[in-house]
Design a protein around this ligand. Sequence first.
Ligand code: SIN
Length: 493
Amino acid sequence: MASFPLSLRRPDLVEIRGLINGEWIHPGDGESFPVYDPSNGRTIQNCPSFNIGDFRRAIDLAQAGFEDFSRSTTAKERGALLRRWNDLVLEHEEDLARILSLENGKTLTEATGEVRYAASFISWFAEEATRSYGDQIPSSYKNAMVITLKEPVGVCGIITPWNFPAAMITRKIAPAFATGCSVVIKPPRETPFTALALAKLALEAGIPPGTIHVLPTKVHKAAEELATNPKVKKLSFTGSTRVGKHLTQLAAGTMKKVSMELGGNAAFIVFEDADIDLAVEGALICKFRSSGQTCVCANRLLVHRDVADDFTEKLIQRVKAMRLGPGLDSKTTHGPLVNAGAVAKIKEHVEDAVSKGGVVKVGGKVPEGLDGGFFYEPTVISNATADMMVAYDETFGPLAPVFTFGDEDEAISMANDTEFGLAGYFFSANVGRVMRVAQRLQCGMIGVNTGLISAAESPFGGINESGVGREGSKYGLSEYQNIKTVTLGNLDK
Ligand code: SIN
């Protein structure tokens, strides 16, 4: 094994090969790409890059793997396999978290939380595997009966993002396995090693080799292969709206089922009757979690003008206490951004806001003394307005712009003034308002008096340009199933 800059209890969890049909392999053409440590910009390790031919081979093998897996296992057996995988992930959470933290940059505490969150999808779908019911439908024909069968869709193309290197894999593939599907995974270039480590544990748990294939790649067309190959029956993607639209168009060529978890522009509303301390806690979680790099992060803080000063001041004090550094350093509260492009984007948003009247209250620059890393100071800007980039473009970084509003209607119209519809948050102590606003906000997920909405049992997904489909929850399984209607006629003959 090449030198990987981490000491682990199980060093073999660092896998620097791809996985096809149970074999750990290098691509035939020897291509690779560097994976960087975002806290210093240095290369952690070169990762093999698989080509389109490798993807086609994996898809063919996944087809055979699917046929075998779906026919030869019961739902109960698939649940048991998932439970074993869950146990192994939790047993090795420390090693997984360290790999994840190194390649993604999030703090070890956040990375450990993510590994547990990832495991929660495995255990959730281990249980759901056995609770996949069809229907018996009263027929309008005499002497007939209608029943529905739920069947696995087949080979699934899985394209995952770098911001949740573990949880976005398990949220997609645990339901796929629960239903009897096989998967070909294209992990992100930035964080392939977490995906490979999880796959290794899946094999150890007994997930059959033909059902899980993991191919890191630098070849953009690989995603297109997953979207167009007729043997792939389902495409699940988490990433930008731009790429999601492109892949959806391609997937339409063979009418694949798609799940698209795309961009957001979440509003975080603080009404005048809110508990301000609670709202500040909520903002810290849902704006600064993973240094602002989650698609459900609050992008715009909308605060009633009567409480704006109080809220902003309290938020500033908490942001000042944040400590930037490498994720693996125990003193760090907030890690780096994923790459130089992410730093450039937040810089652009801050400069644009300032040029239009925004006032930097804390942060607002690249920190000194963290040379080489992709850092930006956690930032609060007041006087934010609708013409600023932060109002309509997802920053995906630790920038909290504070907008003000005068009444409920204005807050709702500001919140809904976006083509996205992933998450929204609001804080209010008025129960009538809670129900009213929850119904009027146009998004797939809403946090009321909390900044934490993600959990295995809760449907995750957006509306409008934030995508289609739901992950996790009792709905997540059906994304990997087809309904077959069986009409039994002439039962009296
Ligand atoms: C994401 O940012 O893609 C997922 C966030 C979450 O599951 O909370």
